[in-house]
Structures are given as C-alpha cells and as structure tokens.
Write a protein that binds this ligand. Structure first.
Ligand SMILES: NC(=O)c1ccc[n+]([C@@H]2O[C@H](COP(=O)([O-])OP(=O)(O)OC[C@H]3O[C@@H](n4cnc5c(N)ncnc54)[C@H](OP(=O)(O)O)[C@@H]3O)[C@@H](O)[C@H]2O)c1
Length: 279
C-alpha cells in the first residue's frame, strides 16, 4: 500500500546517506517529511543538500531533533554510529535498513527506543521499492512506520527470521533482473536487432509480463504454455533454458545469496554485540 504522505512536519533523520539512504531521503521528502541526512565527507553532505534535505555530520544532533531515525550505514560502520547516538534515543522510532543486524541487538543497543528492521531495495530511487519490515515487539507504532516506508513503494510485514532470505531474493533481485535484461538484449543483438531497440523491447516486455501475471493471477507455467505453439519458435528457446539449466541456476542463485546473507548477518550481529559489550 502506498499512502504517499506522512504526518505534517514529521522530522526524520537518515543517518548515513549513501546509495540506499539517498533513495530513502528522496522518497521521504516527496511524502512531505522534514529530513536531516548525515554523512562524513563533504561530497556526501553536498549530495544531501542537493536532494533538498538538511545536511550535517552530527548524527547525535540529527537524531535528537527527529521523531524517526533511520539507520542506513554499512554494517561495519554501525557500532560506531550506535555508540554516538545511543544516549539520545529514548522514545524514538528507529528503522534500521542495515543488512544482518538483528532486532534484539538493536533494541539492546538503543534502549528506550522502538526498533524496526526494514529491507528495501534500490527501486526506492523511483518510489518502487518492495520493502520488508519486521518489528521487535507488537507495538502501536506499526501503522505509522508503514506509512513512512510506503513513501518508498510497497511494504510487507514479515517475521524477522525471513529477513535474510528477503535480502537475498528481493534486496538483490534488481541486480539479477538487470543481468537478465542485459543478456536478453544481447540475444536480440546477436539475432540481428539494434541494441537500443532490443533493450527497450526487453524492458517493456518484462514489465508487461510481470503485470500480466499479477493481473490474471495465474501460475507462470500457464502463461508459458499459452505462448508455446507446438513445433514453434518458443519451444526452441525453452529447450535451451531447460538444457542449460537456467531455471535451476536461478533457484541456486537465490539459495546461495540467502546462505551468504545468513552468514554475514550472524558475523555482523556478533561484531556489533562485541563492540558495544552487549553479551
Ligand atoms: N544498496 C542497497 O541496495 C541496499 C538495499 C537495502 C539495504 N541496504 C543496506 O543499507 C546500508 C547502506 O548501504 P549502501 O549501499 O547505501 O552503502 P553506502 O552507499 O556506502 O552508504 C553508506 C553511507 O553512510 C555514510 N556513513 C558512514 N559512516 C557514517 C557515520 N558514522 N556517520 C554518518 N554517515 C556515515 C557514508 O557517507 P560518508 O562516506 O560521507 O561517511 C555513506 O554515504 C547497508 O547496511 C546495506 O546493508 C542497502
């Protein structure tokens, strides 16, 4: 559900405005929030100002003046950031998009705050993220948090134990799809189409096919069979997909990424606990 608005004058701090933080700042501004973004380098601060948010290096100040605090630094940068802000977080709503760091760890590090863990994807840049969110305890602020995340696109509440798989499937999926689009485009070029024509046709057909499946609510194999004429063109292509193991490779792609997400998650979480003496 995309609400496209947050309470008037809502102040949000985005701590660590990089690739995903920038997309978050952009979408929050479009929803009418008053946003303060942080970074350490001058280029980062200039980028934040260009987006239309207030820019500062002072994470504590940014957190202190805000109702909602979004954590969007790299996982290894998190312990230092938490150390810096932890004594001004009482009563704040915290949304961490940092891969791997568990809600129990965040909640212990930021005592007195209400912590949520979200996993958006880079499509937030165009307001089309598919974002998962998990909460530590059932709390009345959930619908409020959903309205904030809705500024980036669609929002799904999931149990935290699914977060690593979500990261591997949905967080990484724009990269997988980008590779597929490129390969299909090259296929078109190889068979004789100009690159620009092939590229536009591929992204148009990909978007339309996804929408088609969603609208008719049918299993993908139904659509596949409708397109596949006996002894025709499509079956020749499908035989290659099957023979080269492209379908199985996609399954293994997500499995491999999910294993990695779980392993990194555990290592990062332990590191954050160790750095902040939370054992
Ligand atoms: N990229 C994605 O598609 C994506 C999707 C979902 C979740 N995530 C998660 O989002 C987080 C950020 O990923 P990213 O790809 O956006 O990384 P990134 O581009 O490296 O962004 C991190 C930003 O944090 C800033 N930063 C680092 N330490 C800071 C500090 N102490 N105070 C203030 N700012 C600080 C850095 O700016 P300076 O260099 O100026 O300090 C940098 O711009 C990661 O934890 C990742 O797991 C990313």
């Amino acid at each position: 559900m995309k609400t496209g608005a947050v309470p008037k004058g809502l102040r949000v701090a985005v701590l660590g405005v990089g690739k995903i933080g920038g997309a978050i700042v952009k979408s929050l501004l479009s929803c009418g929030a008053v946003v303060t973004g942080t970074g350490r380098r001058r280029e980062t601060l200039e980028r934040i100002s260009r987006l239309g948010a207030e820019a500062t290096v002072d994470n504590r100040l940014a957190a202190k003046v805000s109702d909602v605090v979004i954590l969007s630094v790299k996982p290894y940068q998190l312990p230092r950031l938490l150390e810096e802000i932890r004594d001004v977080m009482e009563g704040k709503i915290v949304v961490s998009v940092v891969a791997g760091v568990r809600l129990s760890t965040l909640s212990r590090a930021l005592e007195g705050s209400h912590v949520y863990r979200a996993m958006p994807n880079i499509n937030a840049l165009i307001g089309r993220s598919t974002t998962a969110v998990a909460e530590y305890t059932g709390d009345k602020r959930a619908s409020f948090v959903e309205s904030i995340l809705s500024c980036m696109g669609s929002v799904y509440w999931i149990p935290e134990e699914w977060m690593d798989v979500w990261t591997a499937l949905v967080g990484s999926m724009p990269a997988y799809v980008a590779v597929m689009i490129d390969s299909l485009t090259l296929g078109g070029v190889s068979a004789g189409l100009p690159r620009e024509v092939a590229f536009k046709a591929v992204i148009d057909t990909l978007g339309a096919t996804a929408e088609h499946l969603g609208k008719r609510d049918i299993h993908p194999s139904v659509l596949r069979d409708e397109v596949t004429t006996p002894a025709g063109t499509t079956i020749e292509g499908l035989k290659v997909i099957e023979g080269e193991g492209v379908d199985a490779a996609l399954i293994r792609t997500v499995e491999a990424a999910a294993r990695r997400a779980a392993a990194i998650g555990e290592a990062i979480d332990n590191e954050v606990r160790r750095s902040l003496n939370l054992r």
